[in-house]
Design a protein around this ligand. Structure first.
Ligand code: ZN
Length: 246
């Protein structure tokens, strides 16, 4: 087996089996479109596509145990992910698994639970231009990018995005219609890291865009587990001799 990260691309897999427009853009499915790019990149040992319709909703203990970083795309079936499975994914993140949440995944049970806020936003679907500005050029997720990149036709997401203040903010989007959005946000949760990346509306070929795919790849590398095995919590003995009488 190759050295590197074991990635699971979790894809809801509903629109890309049902909606003509989405099937035309992603005949192989959205998950496979993302996974195909990732599998070619250095430092990636394996890429698995897991879907809501798979055994155990693609979130079995075996899959979770063998995942270093998971990407998450969902939209119309967030509520079908069981509370138990969402809790398992959250727990794995707290234990160190990286999570890259894409586009409409902002309303997934897993993301909302990790954020603790409503995660709502404003949106408009008229195919306007988006310009994503790199606002943290030293951040590893910006590696290989220019100071901004553009998507000619996207769905708009606008502020206010109801999230906790990101620990690191990598991208701010500007939209042709005038709104702005924090479109690349990083958080630490327990031993794990979460990266939210906005682009990815299903009826537009967003995951055919090399820069978007590069950012997902960069996000996966950033979110990779640190390797720290275990933290000790609770009441502990001192590491040094403590002079209690001095
Ligand atoms: Zn969308």
């Amino acid at each position: 087996m190759k050295d590197g990260l074991r990635v699971t691309v979790w894809n809801e897999g509903v629109h890309d089996k049902r909606d003509r427009k989405v099937m035309d853009i992603y005949p192989e499915g959205m998950g496979k479109a993302i996974a195909g790019y990732l599998a070619e990149q250095p430092g990636i040992a394996s890429v698995r596509v897991a879907e809501l319709g798979d055994k155990g909703q693609g979130l079995t203990d075996t899959i979770l145990a063998k995942t270093d970083v998971m990407t998450w795309w969902g939209h119309c079936a967030h509520d079908q992910v069981t509370d138990e499975n969402a809790a398992k994914v959250k727990q794995r993140v707290l234990e160190g698994m990286g999570l890259v949440v894409l586009h409409s995944g902002h309303f997934s049970k897993v993301f909302k639970s990790l954020m603790g806020t409503g995660c709502d936003l404003k949106w408009r679907e008229i195919g306007e231009k988006e310009r994503l500005w790199v606002v943290d050029p030293a951040h590893p997720i910006a590696e290989g990018l220019s100071e901004y990149f553009e998507l000619p036709h996207t769905e708009m997401y606008g502020e206010h995005f109801d999230i906790p203040q990101p620990d690191q903010l990598v991208f701010i989007s500007w939209f042709e219609g005038g709104e702005v959005f924090r479109s690349g946000c990083c958080w630490h949760r327990g031993l794990g890291k979460v990266f939210y990346f906005r682009p990815g509306h299903e009826t537009l070929p967003i995951y055919r865009n090399e820069t978007v795919l590069r950012v997902i790849y960069n996000g996966i590398r950033w979110a990779a587990p640190s390797g720290l095995k275990k933290l000790v919590r609770g009441n502990v003995q001192p590491l040094e001799n403590v002079n209690r009488n001095g």
